[in-house]
Each structure stands twice: as structure tokens, then as C-alpha cells.
Design a protein around this ligand. Structure first.
Ligand code: IMP
Ligand code: MG
Length: 179
């Protein structure tokens, strides 16, 4: 992709860097309050959630462990096939742990449901979902996040960890993708 093509495909900022950081500080404080006296295992779903996790974990004032799992959802351009594959290589035994799954976006909900089903089998003491973005209009199951930072319309977005064809993850804001 040329630099000009790269720029042309971005329609405009949907959520600014400042708005994201403000909501993250609020949610970090909520989590700190809710889990007082406990320690946490934050499990992030790669690759998309890596930026969100990096910022969120630094706003939580509690003992935290960080783990990663890998999920791949299948796309035809910007349209989900509604299929997901998990590469779950959690070395940490999460039995009896307070776990928070940190996700970039819940779209159809299929990816995250698979993640949750796998984690539940390992008997955590508690399991909550925090997502940066929620697109409820596209949901194919009843999955809801415990904390969602932003609800967005049915638009394909990139930036702040989210990609299109592996590009745009390094944008500091959430932008609408023109395709
Ligand atoms: P789901 O299984 O349909 O909920 O899809 C979840 C995954 O698809 C997310 O973790 C993202 O990796 C990807 N995804 C869904 N919507 C978007 C989007 O608007 N932009 C970029 N990636 C997306
Ligand atoms: Mg993802």
C-alpha cells in the first residue's frame, strides 16, 4: 500500500485519543474500586487489544498479572464470516483467580464467546469482560460486556490496535475506514 492510499482510506476520526484516554482513566478507577483487596489477572485477546490493555493496565492500582491469548476472526475485507479460531496458550493456571478479559471490540460476539467458554472451563473465581468498543447492532448471540467504553454504530473502524489487513493498528485514535 502506498502512503497516499493509506491516508485515503481513513474517513475521519470517530473517537479521539483524548476521549479514549479519559474513558480509560474512569474505567481504571472503577475496576480499582470494584476489586479492592484482590489481585487480578488481565487476559488480553491479541492482536487487536494490545494497545488498549497497555493503557488500561496502567490505570488500575491493584496487583495485576498480564496474560495474552490469540484469536483470529475471518474477514472478507471488512465483513466478518462469523467464524473464529482460538490459539489458547495460557500458561497461567487461572483456577480461583479474578480474571478480566480485555477485548478491543465485540462485533458478532462469536470470537469472545469462544474465549469465554474456554476460560470458564478453567474455573476462575470470577470472570468479567471489558471491551473498548461495542457494536451491539451486529450481535449474533446474547453476549454483553460487563464494561464497554464506547458503543459505536455498524461501521468498520481502525486504529488504537484495530486493523484492516494488519494496517492502522498504530493510529492513536479510532477512525472510520472507507474501504
Ligand atoms: P466478532 O467475533 O464478530 O465479535 O469479531 C471480533 C473481532 O473482529 C474483533 O476482536 C476484531 O479483531 C474484529 N473486528 C470486528 N469489528 C471490527 C472493526 O470494525 N474493525 C476492525 N476489526 C474488527
Ligand atoms: Mg480482537
Amino acid at each position: 500500500m502506498t502512503a497516499a492510499e493509506y491516508q485515503e482510506k481513513i474517513k475521519g476520526t470517530l473517537i479521539s485519543e483524548g476521549e479514549i484516554q479519559k474513558r480509560i482513566r474512569e474505567v481504571g478507577a472503577e475496576i480499582t474500586e470494584a476489586y479492592q483487596g484482590k489481585s487480578l489477572v488481565l487476559i488480553s485477546v491479541l492482536k487487536g487489544a494490545f494497545v488498549f490493555l497497555a493503557d488500561l493496565c496502567r490505570t488500575i492500582d491493584l496487583p495485576c498479572e498480564i496474560e495474552f491469548i490469540r484469536a483470529r476472526s475471518y474477514y472478507d475485507g471488512t465483513v466478518s464470516f462469523g467464524e473464529a479460531k482460538l490459539a489458547l496458550s495460557l500458561e497461567r493456571d487461572i483456577r480461583d483467580c479474578h480474571v478480566i478479559v480485555v477485548e478491543d471490540i465485540i462485533d458478532t460476539g462469536i470470537t469472545l464467546q469462544k474465549v469465554i467458554d474456554e476460560l470458564e472451563k478453567r474455573h476462575p473465581r470470577s470472570l468479567q469482560i471489558v471491551t473498548l468498543l461495542d457494536k451491539p447492532s451486529r450481535r449474533q448471540n446474547g453476549l454483553t460486556a460487563d464494561i464497554s467504553l464506547f458503543t459505536i454504530p455498524d461501521k468498520f473502524v481502525v486504529g488504537y490496535g484495530l486493523d484492516c489487513g494488519e494496517y492502522y493498528r498504530n493510529l492513536p485514535c479510532i477512525a472510520e475506514y472507507a474501504g
